[in-house]
Write a protein that binds this ligand. Structure first.
Ligand code: ADP
Ligand code: F6P
Length: 320
């Protein structure tokens, strides 16, 4: 093991920079050369490589986004695109490649690992936190706190005006962000793609709360469950109560990573280097019960991460 490449791919997540820093510095500590690859698989195909030094990752541990830039790269899904990437891996004599991203990025890493040209390790970075075999992904804690903070602010104005607020959060296919921020923010109802909901029941809960003197209601909607606009309009029509809609959008993906995200990113980045040095490949690292552990890509990608329904039930009981 002499040379390692690192890239960030798919949607960015706060804490990716802390992972890149850990990979560069641990790699150099091990006496390896580390190359940063720009714009995910796009940079791998096009040879957009940067030799990283200790100072290359100075002053980024606290920054959101990704210093390496990220992209979605449809060309890499094709065999021809992967051949181009393999040629670059050979040209730069990479022995290891660390991919920081979500499940799509891991499929890309696995495609390369399966070809046997390079050892690949994945680090889960996604505010959706929808990857199995890790309790959370890098970026989730920060995004959860961002959404909770937004709910706190909306509650202030919602209470003053005695309004209902429908808040749409990210999560096209997974409701982890909505669920945990909803519990933390005391949302009256949480709508997630994994669990069916009945709009009449949502309205009945709002009315019941109103009758016992609640001054506001917060309805949290994961974008994959329904459109916040449609839900807001339906609630307004069915309850005849003053309703406003807020779509949090991409502000959920930015911001200073929390200490927790920086810590898991640093630990995962470090573990990825250890695994490469041990000759391992086609693994993702995950946080499981406080420890950073490896799991085969094929195992992790074969499962959809399940939402904990006891958390969903708890949120409902506590926000009655
Ligand atoms: P995420 O990693 O956040 O899930 P995407 O699903 O957009 O984001 O995937 C990021 C990139 O990973 C894609 O643009 C593509 O280059 C690569 N990728 C996704 N799926 C595959 C696949 N099945 N095979 C090879 N590469 C893939
Ligand atoms: O996968 C992370 C995510 O933020 C999703 O929650 C969201 O639906 C999607 O990315 C948005 O992607 P884009 O930045 O391409 O609009």
């Amino acid at each position: 093991m002499h040379r390692v490449g690192v890239l960030t791919s798919g949607g960015d997540a706060p804490g990716m920079n802390a992972a890149v820093r850990a990979i560069v510095r641990k790699g150099i500590y091990y006496g390896l050369e580390v190359y940063g690859i720009k714009r995910g698989f796009h940079g791998l195909i096009n040879g957009d490589f940067e030799k990283m030094e200790l100072g290359s990752v100075a002053d980024i541990i606290q920054r959101g986004g990704t210093r390496l830039l990220t992209a979605r790269c449809p060309e890499f899904v094709t065999r021809a695109g992967q051949e181009k990437a393999i040629n670059k891996i050979k040209e730069y004599k990479l022995d290891g490649l660390i991919v920081i991203g979500g499940d799509g990025s891991f499929r890309g890493a696995m495609a390369l690992g399966d070809r046997g040209v390079v050892q690949t390790i994945g680090i889960p970075g996604s505010i959706d936190s929808d990857i199995a075999y890790t309790d959370v992904c890098i970026g989730f804690d920060t995004a959860m706190n961002t959404v909770t903070d937004a709910i706190n602010k909306l509650r202030d104005t919602a209470t003053s005006h005695e309004r209902i607020f429908v808040v749409e959060v990210m999560g096209r296919e997974a409701g982890f962000l909505a669920l945990y921020a909803g519990l933390a923010g005391g949302a009256e109802s949480i709508l997630v793609p994994e669990i069916d909901f009945d709009i009449d029941e949502v309205c009945a809960r709002i009315k019941k709360g109103h009758e016992r003197g609640k001054l506001h209601s917060i309805i949290l909607v994961a974008e994959g469950a329904a459109s916040g606009i449609a839900i807001g309009e339906a609630i307004k029509k069915k309850t005849d109560m003053d309703t406003r809609i807020t779509i949090l959008g991409h502000l959920q993906r930015g911001g200073t990573p929390t200490a927790f995200d920086r810590i898991i990113a640093s630990r995962m980045g470090s573990k990825a280097l250890d695994l490469l040095r041990d000759g391992k490949s086609n693994l993702m690292v995950g946080l499981m019960g406080g420890e950073i552990k490896p799991t085969e890509f094929s195992t992790a990608l074969s499962q959809r991460k399940a939402l904990d329904e006891t958390i969903y039930d708890l949120a409902r009981i506590l926000a009655t």
